[in-house]
Design a protein around this ligand. Structure first.
Ligand code: 5GP
Length: 185
């Protein structure tokens, strides 16, 4: 398979402007409180550190890493936790920072996991909300951009671990070397 960058979906300056706006909204909404930003590795890393700098409140940061078991478990929404939180979130205001919400299954699992740990509140800030039918109900309190159903990379999002360092978000076009036919077994 060959992959090449396609159309830019969101320019770098547009992302930075929106991150500042989200930071201002979060600062207003959480006035007088301390926020625990929980990032989901690795995709949300870029977004989380930029967002943290746009929030004018006491902020702490923690990270989780998850992986899904593959196609069969995608259906059930069961994901495996590869890295757990380091700090307790009991009684604290948690803001989950996600790169992209697609089916919603990953985020739903993470939300249930966090809610079971007795936080004062849990909200979600997602950079990208993909316009696809959701397979799990997930409330997104702060949304960066709604995007069409395309595979995108950049600003944290990868394809085979590459492209995360792009400051913009672009579509990735994956073509099959055999001319688009079925992959050989
Ligand atoms: P969901 O569980 O909502 O279907 O999937 C969420 C995860 O799938 C994201 O955190 C991300 O890792 C991955 N994902 C979904 N759509 C895209 C996409 O367009 N590009 C990339 N690079 N990852 C995606």
């Amino acid at each position: 398979m060959q992959a090449e960058l396609g159309e830019t979906i969101i320019e770098a300056e547009t992302i930075q402007r929106r991150v500042r706006e989200l930071g201002e909204a979060i600062t207003r909404d959480y006035q007088g409180r301390e926020v625990v930003l929980v990032g989901v590795l690795k995709g949300a890393a870029m977004f989380l550190v930029d967002l943290a700098r746009a929030i004018e409140l006491p902020v702490t940061m923690d990270f989780m890493a998850v992986s899904s078991y593959g196609k069969s478990t995608e259906t059930s929404g069961i994901v495996r936790i590869l890295k757990d939180l380091e700090e307790s979130i009991e009684g604290r205001d948690v803001l989950v920072v996600e790169d992209i919400v697609d089916s919603g299954l990953t985020l739903r699992y993470i939300l249930d996991y966090l809610l079971a740990r007795g936080p004062a509140s849990v909200r979600v800030c997602a950079l990208l909300d993909k316009q696809v039918p959701r397979r799990a109900t997930v409330p997104i309190d702060y949304t960066g951009f709604v995007i069409p159903n395309r595979f995108v990379v950049g600003y944290g999002l990868d394809y085979a671990e590459l492209y995360r360092n792009l400051p913009y978000v672009a579509e990735l076009q994956v073509s099959h070397e055999n001319g688009g036919g079925p992959e050989p077994l």
